[in-house]
Design a binder for this molecule. Structure first.
Ligand code: MTE
Ligand code: MO
Length: 521
């Protein structure tokens, strides 16, 4: 075995180990496409049409396996090159690995919807590869003074880092790499299968009593461009701190209610879904939603009233909070009063007529109308400790956000969008407004700082959701600024004072700049 051959082998082994750990990372992070699949996808996308057609024609159903095998061969080739380069000088090897990772990064980022998280497996793979290459290089070295002939091959005394072939060390290094590869692949498989199993059980789940609803006609203002009153689940905003989305088998799920209660209660998923279901339209808000932002959505939710569940346990005097914890350890402290009053606070099991999606908290999540998500809407909820605010601090309150998070009155302009150009004249404008658990009594708009003009509002017949509004505004030619404000059924008028989202939600009027064009423009 010559020195450069050993380095080539080291490269192939290190690259393969990196592929394995990147696969494991992708499974842990529940990223659909591993870097390897992303690379294959990129090849497909870069393949010219005629070539692809030729491949499909000649290879038929074998085209996918052939593609994967080709990608793997090309990868192994580049691993070999990188190992060889490392043998010339370690920094050349590092550069070569960075080039391979760079190609992988490109492949990953070109995937639909890929973001920072999707690049993490690649980083894990790269680090593994660098460590394994360096480690093999070291392990293969013969200790100074030993007779290299006895324990391996010594390649001359040329410049650069030379493989000196300590056979025992090399074998040990290779074994470690092999164990890491096999273990990562096996664990990744198990995690991947579990996720698939949970997805499958979710898909087959039929929860008795769960209904689906379309937005009622009275909730729709009928102006094109205004956000749909009911947010489709796929478009519903998603906010959480989790890197690896919990995949919980409903059969394993439990909700433990303890703390300041008469008797501790542990509920199974079956217990939960055989209780009386409540269903309601509820708008969910993120406290981090800036004025005019999209971190707000409205859905038809089905679940069991939190009040009913707390009654089972019997809340003791003096308690004023429930510390809710999710399966991944995130927590929030929710006012007991909001969980026990007449509003439809619930442990939701379905959203828009279907079991919750895994991202939105499957199999169960809490929902408290009128409170921001960060103090109430615990996804993957597994534990409720009935307690007192003066005894606990939750994830976001530890980080400077307010302990209490009632949703502030707010309104948004959807039409026109910022920068739009519309024909001058009578212009239809519209959007949404909300003052949950209180209700919206009026929405007003003002053009260019002029008088407030009252808009029409739809009447969804509940105060726990947003309402759509629209108005007809006379707009002369030129550049304009439209602003909106809402009035609450409690007499509140939305303030124009601009405040940041920290610590308890943004305030200020949403304004939109647009242009009105004359007939000749
Ligand atoms: N387990 C868990 N639940 C959570 C969070 C989280 O980080 N982890 N974020 C909360 C926040 S800040 C919001 S706004 C809502 C968002 O819920 P959604 O992702 O279903 O829209 O979930 C809440 N529940
Ligand atoms: Mo949030």
């Amino acid at each position: 075995m010559t020195s450069s051959r050993s380095w080539v082998l080291a490269g192939v082994v290190a690259g393969t180990t990196g592929l394995a750990t990147s696969y494991l990372a992708a499974k842990v992070l529940t990223i659909r496409e591993t870097p390897l699949v992303a690379a294959a996808d990129l090849v497909v996308r870069l393949t010219p049409g005629p070539v692809a057609e030729w491949a499909i024609d000649t290879l038929g159903p074998a085209d996918k396996p052939v593609l994967m095998v080709s990608v793997v061969l090309v990868l192994l080739g580049s691993f070999a090159l990188a190992g060889w380069a490392w043998g010339l000088a370690w920094w050349r090897g590092v550069l070569a690995w960075l080039a391979v990772a760079g190609a992988g990064l490109l492949a990953v980022l070109l995937q639909r919807g890929a973001g920072m998280v999707e690049t993490l497996p690649l980083a894990v793979g790269l680090v593994t590869t660098l460590v394994v290459t360096a480690g093999l290089g070291r392990a293969g070295r013969v200790p100074d003074g030993a007779d290299p002939e006895k324990d391996g091959d010594l390649e001359g005394d040329g410049a650069g880092t030379r493989w000196r072939g300590g056979r025992r060390g090399l074998l040990l290094g290779l074994s470690v790499a092999a164990v890491v590869t096999v273990a990562s692949t096996a664990i990744g498989r198990i995690i991947g299968n579990r996720k698939r199993a949970v997805q499958e059980s979710r898909r087959l789940l039929r929860i008795p009593g769960v209904t689906d609803r379309d937005a009622p006609a009275r909730a729709r203002i009928g102006l094109e461009g205004v956000t749909s009153w009911r947010t489709p689940s796929e478009e519903f905003y998603r906010i959480d701190t989790t890197l690896a989305v919990p995949t919980i088998d409903p059969g394993q799920w439990r909700l433990r209610i303890h703390g300041m209660v008469d008797r501790e209660v542990v509920l199974t998923y079956d217990d939960l879904v055989t209780m009386e279901l409540t269903e309601a339209w509820v708008t969910l808000n993120c406290v981090s939603n800036p004025v005019g932002g999209g971190l707000v959505g409205n859905a038809w939710w089905s679940g069991v009233r939190t009040a009913t569940l707390l009654e089972l346990a019997g809340v003791q005097d003096g308690a004023d909070a429930v510390l809710q914890t999710s399966e991944d350890g995130w927590d929030c402290s929710t006012p007991l009063s909001a969980m026990t009053d007449e509003r439809d606070a619930m442990v939701a099991v379905a959203m828009n007529g279907e079991p919750l999606t895994i991202e939105h908290g499957f199999p169960a999540r809490t929902l408290v109308p009128g409170l921001y998500g960060y103090v109430s809407a615990c996804k993957w909820v597994v534990d409720w400790e009935v307690t007192r605010f003066d005894r606990v601090e939750a994830f976001w309150t530890q980080r400077g956000w307010a302990e209490q998070g009632p949703v502030k009155i707010a309104s948004r302009i959807d039409v026109p969008a910022a920068g739009d150009s519309v024909p001058a004249g009578q212009v239809r404008v519209g959007g949404v407004a909300w003052h949950q658990h209180v209700g919206i009594s009026a929405v007003e708009v003002a053009l260019d700082g002029g008088d407030w003009q009252e808009a029409e509002i739809a009447s969804p017949k509940t105060d726990e959701t947003w309402v759509q509004w629209a108005a007809t505004v006379p707009v002369p030619e030129g550049e304009h600024v439209l602003r909106v404000r809402a009035r609450g059924k409690d007499g509140a008028v939305q303030t124009g004072v601009r405040r940041d989202v920290v610590p308890d939600g943004a305030t200020g009027w949403h304004t939109v700049e647009f242009t009105a064009a004359g007939p000749d423009d």
